[in-house]
Write a protein that binds this ligand. Sequence first.
Ligand SMILES: Nc1ncnc2c1ncn2[C@@H]1O[C@H](COP(=O)(O)OP(=O)(O)OP(=O)(O)O)[C@@H](O)[C@H]1O
Ligand SMILES: CC(=O)N[C@H]1[C@@H]2OC[C@@H](O2)[C@@H](O)[C@@H]1O[C@H](C)C(=O)O
Length: 376
Amino acid sequence: MALIRALGLMSGTSMDGIDLALVESDGEAEVRRGPSMFVPYEAAFRRRIEAGLETARQISRRDERPVDLAALERDLTMRHAEAVKEFRKKFPAQAIDLVGFHGQTVLHRPEKALTVQLGDGPLLARETGVAIVYDMRARDMEFGGQGAPLVPVYHSALARSLPAVWQDALPVVFVNIGGISNITFVPERGDPVAFDSGPGNALIDRWVASEGGVPFDADGMIASEGGVVRAVVDRYMDNPFFPRRAPKSLDRLDFTLEEAAGLELSDGARTLAAVSAEAILKAAEQMPEAPKLWIVCGGGRKNPHIVADLRAGAEKSDAQVILAEDAGFNGDAMEAEAWAYLAIRSARGLPLTYPTTTGCREAVTGGVLARPEPEG
Ligand SMILES: Nc1ncnc2c1ncn2[C@@H]1O[C@H](COP(=O)(O)OP(=O)(O)OP(=O)(O)O)[C@@H](O)[C@H]1O
Ligand SMILES: CC(=O)N[C@H]1[C@@H]2OC[C@@H](O2)[C@@H](O)[C@@H]1O[C@H](C)C(=O)O
């Protein structure tokens, strides 16, 4: 089987920018990771997306684009086109056969089988001249799935290619600490088990933005000045989301800052980091068996408090916690790589999701293909 070279584009729940990563793969075991880059959104555009999340609450049909959402979708798509252009300029030798386009989630209501990603695939195909696979979550929902998380099939492929030193580590758990956290348990044999585990950085970001006027707690510096307020952690952990059995997934606005109200800035940042770690550790209770190794990916791995709290918890069951880089992976690019890999699987008609990852009735492929118009 010839390998396909796909570029994955991810604009995640943190709304901080576009991650791009190239992957060459057969969509199965063969995965060759290529270069990656990040194109940040400026503060004003991030605020537009944030406002878009509020507007999107009135959507009841996934193709509705009320108020200014159509303009936002167009601008967001054009920014992706620009990002692809920048990627090509930076890595001119890299041919791109296919693009995997996530778009921006503005609403996720799995209980209503409703998930909305802004992102105009045909427009991106015209602008880049490359075939685009987009809208990868919808079909899973048609088959009764949560529409998220989709990255587990890629985690599973990576786990099968762990460096020699970690070869005996299965079962392993991948933890993606983005705006929301999700976990993938990869067993020795069989399909991965996955679900969203709770708030990742989204609450911390919102807290330090509103109380400190900065977009995120860089290297956990603000939290370093504060302490964990246990009662507040407990209040968060009382949320019925945690004991609910998987499959399950979250909308960015499902958790709020209400429980943290009144805390001092640094105590709040430290306490919310503890919530993030505790939510992940809580997820271990729903795994088929105790993992030996946790591999931490996503921006949250750069918050030393989240990682330290995770380590302290995992040690209790003799599990080791490492960062993606310790296993030879790229913790920043992994979701963009996943979207490249998913696009390849979509092009080959392979499943993107499984009953054990999203709760879909059967393993199901997904994504919509937009071809660029023929030249001439
Ligand atoms: N140096 C750092 N120190 C602490 N936190 C950081 C640092 N760099 C990034 N982050 C956090 O990581 C977040 C971005 O993470 P990431 O890119 O994994 O999220 P995402 O892909 O947007 O989200 P999701 O996985 O939910 O879709 C930032 O919003 C910030 O909170
Ligand atoms: C609906 C949606 O966009 N969900 C995101 C979000 O961000 C993290 C978590 O919640 C995860 O479920 C998902 O993204 C990852 C990349 C996924 O689908 O695997």
